[in-house]
Design a protein around this ligand. Structure first.
Ligand SMILES: CC(C)(COP(=O)(O)OP(=O)(O)OC[C@H]1O[C@@H](n2cnc3c(N)ncnc32)[C@H](O)[C@@H]1OP(=O)(O)O)[C@@H](O)C(=O)NCCC(=O)NCCS
Length: 170
């Protein structure tokens, strides 16, 4: 049986990092998305892991972001990863969907992701017009997508940054 649970860092963080290393390879730390995860804190209560018999087989982390001159809050989604022996069961969409539900219940207005439109489009993510969101590094504009949660993703415009005080969002 597969269980989907919030991340408990003391139990899951090491296995999540190992899963990311295995599925993305060591180069993933060089990506622009990682600039938005360095020096900040993830949101374990909203992040989701999938476990089978206690083994961690999929994960989706959420992170706080602030967007534009008004520093509007949004969650940054990812990385999303599924252990190779469990891929093909849409488990990545399941953990991501449950994380987004938790974020909506916690009143986060919108979500941002850098990912494959063909995959994350299924969860309601839509590409933004080029120039709408400015990331701290080069980024393929075709992979930048947003989604409404408890508010409107169309309010998001401008620079995408890590929060000044990420601990406020925990
Ligand atoms: C991407 C990943 C999470 C998907 O795993 P999964 O949830 O098991 O996905 P599935 O294989 O069940 O695919 C579900 C559907 O999405 C499609 N899909 C999978 N990966 C896709 C991609 N990169 N782009 C477009 N569509 C994709 C599949 O074809 C399938 O479509 P179908 O239902 O119409 O057949 C997994 O392959 C993985 O961990 N990859 C390495 C890490 C990564 O690239 N993560 C995503 C970026 S954050």
């Amino acid at each position: 049986m597969i269980e989907i649970l919030p991340e408990t860092p003391a139990l899951h963080a090491e296995a999540i990092e190992a899963l990311y290393d295995r599925t993305f390879g060591p180069g993933h730390f060089a990506k622009t998305a990682e600039r938005l995860r360095e020096g900040t804190l993830s949101l374990p209560a909203l992040s989701r892991v999938a476990l089978q018999d206690g083994r961690l087989i999929a994960a989706c982390r959420l992170w706080p972001l602030e967007v534009g001159a008004e520093r509007l809050p949004a969650v940054f989604v990812g990385p999303v990863a599924v252990s190779p022996d469990f891929q093909g069961q849409r488990l990545g969409l399941t953990v991501t969907g449950e994380a987004l539900e938790a974020a909506t219940e916690a009143d986060w207005p919108a979500a941002v992701i850098i990912g494959a439109p063909g995959y994350f489009g299924e969860l309601g993510f839509q590409r933004v017009a080029p120039g709408t969101l400015i990331f701290p590094g080069p980024q393929d504009p075709n992979r930048i997508m947003v989604r409404d949660l408890a508010g409107k993703a169309s309010d998001l415009f401008g620079a995408v940054r890590v929060p000044l005080h990420p601990e406020r969002y925990l």
